[in-house]
Ligand binder design. Structure first.
Ligand SMILES: C[S@@+](CC[C@H](N)C(=O)[O-])C[C@H]1O[C@@H](n2cnc3c(N)ncnc32)[C@H](O)[C@@H]1O
Length: 240
């Protein structure tokens, strides 16, 4: 299984903002004020969308007590979440991402950490994160994350499930030989991506669903996401 944590430290050291939103205008170690404002404004738009969906499907969304932003990067969503919660914790595996987040997102009720804190939380959010963690490890992290939920906790977690033709070229880049039996492709030889490559992975739906249901998230609403040919879903739920 690919060890992806170091990839993220390398990405974050050189291009922390671009590592979060792969748009050429966000390349570089830091951004001029107007670009940075645009970058963080995109987080407000994403969170506004999230809360709007929640309101439509689960009724009134209260101001939250404790909120958790897993894979927070430079705090793009954490900053926006702080407007809707009494306390927000952003967690990220990359120390460089956390450094940049701390420089740009402040407030007494906002903190950034390299590992999951103690629960319980009333809102757990994670966007564009699990797609970068191999599912062999990510499913366990998803379970740990959902274990931190208080009763009634609201979750907004985005997960990837399959890729289409537009992502095949990137998928095949380091694959040297496959076996095809008419319905299934098995990779039988591959070379390694260099360190600092941003890789994408797909998740097995039954394991994801079981992680939610086992922890009392039975009322689930899903909205399709497409990140450059990697298809997934925003999963919205509240704990029974
Ligand atoms: C594409 S960025 C998304 C950042 C943020 N969620 C947003 O939407 O602005 C992915 C982030 O996930 C973080 N990440 C990757 N693997 C992680 C892990 N195992 N635990 C915590 N964070 C991780 C990366 O360091 C990176 O900051």
């Amino acid at each position: 299984m690919r060890e992806t944590d170091n990839d993220w430290n390398i990405i974050a050291e050189h291009n922390p903002f671009f590592g979060v939103l792969a748009n050429a205008e966000y390349l570089g170690k830091d951004l001029p004020p107007e670009k940075k404002a645009r970058f963080y404004e995109s987080g407000r738009v994403d969170i506004a969308f999230t809360l709007d969906v929640a309101r439509r499907h689960f009724g009134v969304v209260p101001r939250f007590g404790r909120a958790l932003d897993f894979g927070c990067g430079v705090g793009r969503l954490t900053k926006a979440m702080a407007e809707h919660a009494d306390a927000v914790t952003g967690v990220d595996i990359s120390e460089h991402m956390i450094e940049v987040a701390r420089r740009n997102v402040s407030g007494e009720h906002v903190e950034f950490r390299p590992a999951l804190p103690e629960g319980p939380f009333n809102w757990i959010n994670s966007h564009m994160v699990f797609q970068h963690i191999p599912p062999g490890r990510g499913i366990g992290i998803l379970r740990d994350l959902l274990d931190l939920a208080a009763p009634g906790c609201f979750v907004t977690i985005q997960l990837p499930f399959y890729r289409d033709r537009s992502f095949f070229q990137q998928t095949m880049e380091k694959i040297d030989a496959v076996a095809f039996d008419g319905s299934r492709i098995d990779v039988i030889a591959r070379s390694q991506h260099s360190e600092g490559t941003m890789l994408m992975f797909d998740y097995p739906w039954p394991q994801v669903y079981a992680a939610f249901v086992d922890r009392g998230f039975t009322n689930i609403h899903m909205i399709h996401t497409n990140h450059g040919g990697v298809h997934g879903a925003w999963m919205f739920s509240t704990r029974d």
